[in-house]
Design a protein around this ligand. Structure first.
Ligand SMILES: Cc1ncc(C[n+]2csc(CCOP(=O)(O)OP(=O)(O)O)c2C)c(N)n1
Ligand SMILES: [Mg+2]
Length: 153
């Protein structure tokens, strides 16, 4: 999660919601991004979230975002969801540390249209699946004038 004013990137505050003393907890990024926005409502907040973590708790907390985003003086708030239909960090660990092939029963997760869920609850949703469109998608997200879910497939 990064908090910046869009100009002074050297002053940017970043916080990795998935890491604390080596322990990782999924589902924290959107709540932490909300907290950052309440601390600095006049600055842009960006949250970067895996699709598995999004399905844990972060989708529910997008409802909280919709409850409050109109009260933030700077509306820039972007949750970027990386939709790889995989709990990839664990898939990777199981492969590298145990030599196991990907175990689809636990590692393959549903393909959810996160950008459409965002629209359903009142946020702006943007979908991008071509590398050459990613830059423009971020531009669109940051000038949207409202909270955005940017889904990267
Ligand atoms: C609440 C919780 N449950 C399970 C885990 C174990 N875990 C660590 S990383 C990970 C996979 C995350 O997948 P995703 O969010 O899709 O990110 P990706 O690795 O695919 O980019 C899981 C399940 C966790 N950290 N927290
Ligand atoms: Mg994933």
């Amino acid at each position: 999660m990064g908090v910046g004013d869009g100009q002074n990137f050297h002053e940017e505050l970043t916080f990795d919601a998935a890491r604390h003393d080596g322990f990782t907890f999924g589902g924290a990024a959107v709540p932490y991004a909300i907290a950052a926005k309440f601390a600095w409502p006049d600055r842009a907040v960006v949250g970067l979230v895996g699709d598995g973590a999004t399905q844990m708790n972060n989708m529910a907390e997008l409802i909280t975002v919709d409850k409050y985003w109109k009260t933030w003086s700077d509306p820039r708030f972007v949750i970027c969801v990386f939709n790889n239909e995989d709990l990839n960090q664990v898939t990777w660990e199981q492969c590298v540390m145990a030599g196991d092939p990907k175990f689809d029963a636990s590692q393959r997760i549903p393909d959810v249209a996160y950008h459409r869920f965002a629209e359903l609850i009142g946020l702006k949703g943007i979908f991008v699946d071509r590398p050459e469109d990613v830059g423009q998608a971020w531009d669109e997200a940051l000038i949207a004038g409202r909270a955005v879910v940017l889904e990267v497939k």
